[in-house]
Design a protein around this ligand. Structure first.
Ligand SMILES: CC(C)(COP(=O)(O)OP(=O)(O)OC[C@H]1O[C@@H](n2cnc3c(N)ncnc32)[C@H](O)[C@@H]1OP(=O)(O)O)[C@@H](O)C(=O)NCCC(=O)NCCS
Length: 328
C-alpha cells in the first residue's frame, strides 16, 4: 500500500467578468442583496466558443508544471463536472488531446459541486493499491451555459472556472497522505437542485426548448440547511476516524457556495475564519471547481506548506456531501 500526495495544483478562469452591478441590469436584484446574502461580488463567464474542457486543460497544464511532470506521465484523468462539453463522450476524453496525455484513460465523475473531493478519494484508492502513479483530478464547470438569466434565485450565485490537481504516489520518507474521506448521498433530494431537461428522462424537444427546465433550478433555503448539517457531520466523521481534533487543523477548505454557509459551519465546528481559504467573493460558486481553485491559490501564495493538515469539505446536488482530511 502506498500513500497519496497532492503533487501539483493549477487553476484557470475565463477572462469575461460579470459583476453584481452588471447583473442588476439583467435581473431584479442589487449588489447589496447579493453581497449580504452570499458574499459574492463578481464571477467569471465563458465567452462564445470557450469550452469547459479549455479551462480544464489550462488548469491541468499549470498543475503538471508545478508537479514537474509531463502530460505523458499521467495514467488516469478524472474530470469532475456537472456541465460537460457534451453528454457523450466524457469531457475527460475531450480534454485529453488538448494536453497530450496520450497514455491516460479518461472518464468523468458527476457528483455536482461535491465532485472534486469525491474525485480525490477515487484517485486515492488507485494510488494506494499501486494501480496508477500519477492521476489528474480536475474540477471544472461552465455553469453559465445552464443559467436561467430570468431567475434571480440562481443566476447571481454561479460562475465558471477550473481547478486541477496532480495526485501522485508519495515517496516512502514523505509524510503526505490522505487520512480519511467520508462521503454520503441522499437521492431523495434529487429535485431540490437540478437541471431537468436534456437527459434521457426529459430529452430536449421543441416543446421543452427554452423552458425553465433546461436550466439550473434550486430550493436555496433547503440546500442551505442541508449544507450546514451535512458538512458538520462529514467533518466530525473524518476527524474522529483519523484521531485529530479541530484545533489540529492548519487549514480549512470548504466548498465556496455562500459565505454565510461557510460562517455557519465554522461556527459550529469552532474553526477560526483565519484558517479558512475563501475565493467565493471573486468567482461565485464554481461548483466542482471551488475546492481545487481556492486551494491552488493558497498553495501559490505560499500559505499552505508541506506538512500542513488540511480539511476539505463540500456538498452539492444529489444531494451529496463529503469531507477529506489530508497531510499536504
Ligand atoms: C440562495 C440564497 C442565497 C438565498 O438566501 P436566503 O437568505 O435563503 O433568501 P430567501 O430564499 O429566504 O429569499 C429571501 C427573499 O429574497 C428574494 N431573492 C432571492 N434572490 C434574490 C436576488 N438575487 N436579489 C434580490 N432578492 C432575491 C427572494 O425572492 C425572497 O423574497 P420573498 O421573501 O419576497 O419571497 C441562500 O438560500 C443560499 O445560499 N442557499 C444555498 C444555495 C447553494 O449553496 N447552492 C449551491 C449548492 S452547491
Amino acid at each position: 500500500m502506498y500513500n497519496t500526495k497532492i503533487l501539483g495544483t493549477g487553476s484557470a478562469f475565463p477572462e469575461q467578468e460579470l459583476s453584481n452591478h452588471e447583473l442588476e441590469k439583467v435581473v431584479d436584484t442589487s449588489d447589496e442583496w447579493i453581497r449580504e446574502r452570499t458574499g459574492i461580488l463578481t464571477r467569471r463567464k465563458v465567452s462564445e466558443g470557450e469550452e469547459n474542457s479549455d479551462l480544464g486543460a489550462a488548469a491541468s497544464k499549470k498543475a503538471l508544471e508545478m508537479a514537474g511532470l509531463s502530460a505523458e506521465d499521467v495514467g488516469l484523468i478524472l474530470y469532475c463536472t456537472n456541465t460537460p462539453d457534451k453528454i457523450l463522450p466524457a469531457t475527460a476524453c475531450i480534454m485529453q488531446p488538448k494536453i497530450g496525455a496520450k497514455n491516460a484513460v479518461a472518464f468523468d465523475l458527476n457528483a455536482a459541486c461535491a465532485g472534486w473531493v469525491l474525485g480525490l478519494s477515487v484517485a486515492d484508492q488507485f494510488i494506494r493499491t499501486g494501480a496508477y502513479k500519477n492521476i489528474l483530478v480536475i474540477g471544472a464547470e461552465a455553469l453559465s451555459r445552464f443559467i436561467n438569466w430570468n431567475d434571480r434565485n440562481t443566476c447571481v450565485l454561479f460562475g465558471d472556472g477550473a481547478g486541477a490537481t496532480v495526485i501522485s504516489r508519495a515517496e516512502k520518507n514523505e509524510e503526505s497522505r490522505i487520512y480519511s474521506t467520508k462521503m454520503l448521498s441522499d437521492g431523495n433530494y434529487e429535485s431540490i437542485l437540478d437541471i431537468r431537461f436534456g437527459g434521457s428522462r426529459f430529452p430536449v424537444t421543441e416543446e421543452r426548448l427554452g423552458q425553465p427546465g433546461q436550466y439550473i433550478a434550486m430550493n436555496g433555503r433547503e440546500v442551505f440547511k442541508f449544507a450546514v448539517r451535512a458538512l458538520v457531520d462529514r467533518c466530525c466523521e473524518v476527524l474522529k476516524e483519523s484521531d485529530y481534533m479541530v484545533d489540529d487543523i492548519t487549514w480549512f477548505v470548504p466548498h465556496q457556495a455562500n459565505i454565510r454557509i461557510i460562517e455557519a459551519i465554522n461556527k459550529k465546528l469552532e474553526i477560526p475564519m483565519e484558517k479558512t481559504f475563501l475565493n467565493v467573493h471573486k468567482y461565485g460558486n464554481t461548483s466542482a471547481a471551488t475546492c481545487p481553485t481556492v486551494f491552488d491559490e493558497a498553495v501559490r501564495e505560499g500559505r499552505v506548506q508541506r506538512g500542513d493538515l488540511v480539511l476539505f469539505a463540500t456538498f452539492g446536488g444529489g444531494l451529496t456531501s463529503a469531507a477529506s482530511l489530508i497531510r499536504f
